[in-house]
Design a binder for this molecule. Structure first.
Ligand SMILES: [Zn+2]
Length: 232
């Protein structure tokens, strides 16, 4: 294991702990994958995040097929298939975060997309965040549904399940996960007050142009995810 891979494994563990501390994940329902050269690193199935060590993270071959080819002390997350299929279909994606956060999932239980109710919707690549159709977890059908919903997007909701965010890096995928749950929370609250006013296509196009420039920089770590440690 080279030092780059060791630091990727450590970053996955830190991301798991940070998502739970930020309240966007419960228990071990969330999972994370990070692309390496011809394989991906993915959280193992059913191990408490507090018990994870760098060597506990599972290596999964980046090859199509129904049976996962993996290495490590534990099998990959039971949701390994869409992680792998997204990485195979979207070469620009280096990290995938999948969670069941309360507000995203509340919308997904209603099979509702997030429309252009806030300019932040543009942070996910377009005028909405779609909700993928339902399929049983771990199936090729679910991979198909989420890939379709993720067309030209970096996030989607998943019917009766949860959500996915993508990133050019793990930091960006995690940033999008926090922002998507905040957006879902705002939208759910707005629906309780009435009918949210949606932005026009031109207004969203202007926000998208801003995000192109913004996307060239590393996004700030959301306050909720900022480490408490003091750094030199
Ligand atoms: Zn799930």
């Amino acid at each position: 294991m080279n030092s780059q891979e060791t630091s990727s494994r450590q970053a996955i563990i830190e991301a798991c702990l940070r998502m739970n501390a930020a309240g966007i994940n419960q228990g071990t329902s969330g999972n994370i994958s990070v692309r390496q050269q011809d394989y991906l690193l993915i959280t193992p199935s059913g191990i408490a995040y507090e018990q994870l060590q760098p060597e506990s993270i599972t290596c999964l071959a980046l090859q199509p097929g129904a049976v996962p080819q993996w290495q490590g002390p534990y099998p990959p997350s039971s949701e390994w298939r869409f992680h792998r299929d997204i990485m195979l279909a979207r070469p620009e994606v280096h990290a995938v975060v999948h969670l069941h956060p309360v507000f995203c999932t509340a919308l997904a239980l209603n099979r509702r997309a997030i429309p252009a109710c806030h300019y932040m919707v543009a942070a996910f690549g377009g005028e909405d965040v779609r909700c993928a159709g339902y399929a049983l977890f771990g199936t090729a059908e679910l991979s198909q549904q989420v890939l379709e919903a993720l067309t030209a997007r970096t996030a989607c909701l998943m019917a009766n399940h949860g959500m996915i965010t993508l990133g050019e890096s793990l930091e960006k995928a995690l940033w999008r996960a926090v922002e998507l749950e905040a957006l879902a929370k705002q939208y759910v609250h707005a629906l309780q007050l009435g009918t949210p006013v949606l932005l026009s296509a031109a207004e969203i196009a202007a926000a998208l142009r801003q995000f192109v420039g913004y996307g060239l920089q590393t996004p700030p770590i959301p306050q909720a995810l900022a480490s408490n440690e003091t750094r030199d």
